[in-house]
Ligand binder design. Sequence first.
Ligand code: PEP
Ligand code: MN
Length: 350
Amino acid sequence: MLVVMKAQATPQQIQAVCEHIEQLGFRAHPLPGAQRTAIGITGNKGEVDRGNLEELSGVAEVIRVSKAYKLASRDVKEEDTIIRFPGTDATIGGRNLAIVAGPCAIENRDQAFAIAEQVAASGAQFFRGGAYKPRTSPYAFQGLGLEALRIMADIRDRYGLRIVTEAIDNESLALVAEWADVVQIGARNMQNFSLLKRAGRLRKPVLLKRGLSATLEEFLMAAEYVMCEGNYEVILCERGVRTFTDHTRNTLDLSIVPAVQRLSHLPVLVDPSHGTGRRDSVLPMARASVASGADGLLIEVHHQPEKALSDGPQSIYPAQFASMMDEIEQIARVVGRFLPRGIHAAAPAG
Ligand code: PEP
Ligand code: MN
């Protein structure tokens, strides 16, 4: 159920409707839009009695949302969600593309700084490195943990880049939320519902990767898990799905980009690195991702990929990343988007 407030509804009227909903035992989610505020109603107590809701002051109408996902849906919020990063001009969603780049894993301080320096010079606004790695083999490098989070915080101080890193369980979630600007939930955890609920209680944006064989509806329902706990800043990320294909590690499903954008207001990024698993495929699929209308890219970059402790074969060299940025800047223009180069202090409000 969705309560649509009148365009001229006052903050007090919105507050009163939210309180009324909560008194009925449901949860109210006020979602301000360009024209008016909508209030999503969630809860597992069955049907909401719409009768008296319609009579509250400031209410324009009460609508039933038939989709299984509600808060993630365009029925509830028509405009694209734009996530902002306080103190900077970086955004995810909206007209500007968001480029998230860095090594699969933080291996040591020198490696991380060498890569960060180069991706910053090419104009990325977000640096991503794994501190906690979900590896297929228990014998593979599992990440440096807290030490890596500290290194990334120093990278943010030095280059201004906002930090994206993965939480793999409840324990790492608390630490990642403390140190990072965006909390990544990996493909293997897309349906780890207790982790999603906890991420929903954070006040940090969550980058949610599509599960290895997740349908669009399952993907949006996973986002809904985060949102119904009160965290509306969810970024979706297509990273390829399992198919019979043997020429790439996964099959990058770019057709999900317009499908997500049709149904949901949430930003959707594409990760051609995990999506293909091959260095020589990353650039062509990065171009195609931007052409498809993606809101940004997640790219693995390593200065010495042959020595990388994880995902070396799909990591591109910093020089390749630099030319990728030049190319996608041009493609962005063709599809009515803009590639900001570099991160700057936010312009003063007004
Ligand atoms: C990663 O981003 O390094 C990663 C492990 O991705 P995914 O969860 O998509 O496999
Ligand atoms: Mn990786």
